[in-house]
Design a protein around this ligand. Structure first.
Ligand SMILES: NC(=O)c1ccc[n+]([C@@H]2O[C@H](COP(=O)([O-])OP(=O)(O)OC[C@H]3O[C@@H](n4cnc5c(N)ncnc54)[C@H](OP(=O)(O)O)[C@@H]3O)[C@@H](O)[C@H]2O)c1
Length: 309
């Protein structure tokens, strides 16, 4: 019985150790060194090489080493009838909420202006608004988004959230579905995106969305890069419809050196650091899922492939 590690970007070392500790009788292999393909029961994946999971006749589950599954599901050769399991929580919501709260405070306390003024040795007080006058909107109220929304609300910001189902989150005004989007946008001075990337959410941070926000708003993207229509974001910033953006994720990563985001004065770029997956936080969940499957019990974090998350 073999566990196959399959990733173009992550090192296998920590997972090899975790699997050796938890499943000493199972072999651990790293793609493309698969060994006997019919021995492979579990695949641990993150940005797997396309086609690498095809032709594994006894594969029981694909365990994604992250919360977002868009890259995994985009593989046209992904076996259709094998469950895809994602990380749920696994230490991600706390750091994501810290990043989002920092971004909101950065904009609300006019830090971008003060950084610029310092370069010109300029002592000028800017008008500031109280947290309670600064409305924040969180797109996506899942495991991560709900924590982001609660954490920002706890600092005194009026927070609304938007999701498909509109499930309630304490202390947060909730809007749901297509009908709820415009009222949600119209009240959100800062928009924080924590949606999964699906066929329905791709490009959602585009001209239509920005136009529906109050003039002079801000965008924080910690979902996926392809949520943003890059040209629309630049146009909205250049026209003054938006005043600033803090971006952690990009359609192409690393962000190409020539990309205009790097040099735009109203954009802050961070290199996909809002919440890295730490093996120390996530290995217990992966191990637990393999144990459940071995005992014939239902696993955690099953992805609905039709919904895309
Ligand atoms: N930047 C980073 O370092 C980083 C790290 C980890 C994760 N992420 C991103 O964060 C995303 C969210 O993770 P999560 O664990 O919170 O996911 P989750 O628990 O699956 O929650 C997804 C949320 O998005 C909502 N949603 C999905 N499609 C929608 C649509 N078409 N319209 C409105 N709402 C929609 C869902 O609505 P319902 O509640 O109605 O289902 C749910 O509230 C991941 O997919 C990943 O892309 C980024």
């Amino acid at each position: 019985m073999t566990i196959l590690f399959c990733s173009d970007s992550e090192p296998p070392g920590p997972w090899r150790l975790a699997c050796a500790r938890a499943f000493p009788r199972m072999a651990f292999r790293t793609w493309p060194d698969t060994g006997a393909r019919d021995e492979i029961r579990y695949a641990l994946v993150w940005q797997q090489p396309p086609g690498s999971l095809a032709g594994l006749p006894n594969l029981k589950a694909i365990l994604v080493l992250g919360a977002g599954v868009d890259a995994v599901l985009s593989d046209a050769a992904l076996p259709a009838d094998v469950p895809v399991l994602r990380l749920v929580d696994a230490g991600l919501p706390g750091p994501m909420a810290e990043y989002a709260l920092y971004a909101v405070l950065h904009f609300q306390r006019r830090m971008a202006d003060y950084f610029q003024q310092q370069r010109a040795a300029l002592w000028r007080r800017r008008e500031e608004m109280l947290a309670r006058q600064w409305r924040v909107g969180v797109m996506g109220l899942g495991v991560i988004g709900a924590t982001v929304a609660r954490r920002i609300a706890a600092q005194g910001f009026p927070v609304a959230g938007w999701s498909r189902s509109g499930k309630s989150v304490e202390g947060v005004e909730v809007h749901a579905g297509t009908a709820g989007l415009d009222p949600f946008l119209a009240r959100s001075r800062v928009l924080v995106n924590v949606l999964p990337l699906t066929s329905q959410t791709r490009g959602i941070l585009g001209g239509r969305t920005f136009a529906a926000m109050p003039r002079g708003g801000y965008v924080v993207n910690i979902g996926r890069g392809a949520h943003v229509v890059d040209a629309d974001l630049i146009a909205a910033l250049d026209s003054g419809q938006l005043a600033g953006a803090m971006l952690d994720v990009f359609e192409q990563e690393p962000l190409p050196v020539a990309h205009p985001f790097w040099r735009h004065p109203a954009i802050i770029v961070t290199p996909h650091v809002a919440a890295p997956t730490l093996a120390s936080e996530s290995e217990s969940q992966v191990v637990e899922n393999i144990r459940r499957l071995e005992r014939g019990e239902p696993p955690l974090g099953v992805v609905d492939r039709d919904r895309g998350y």
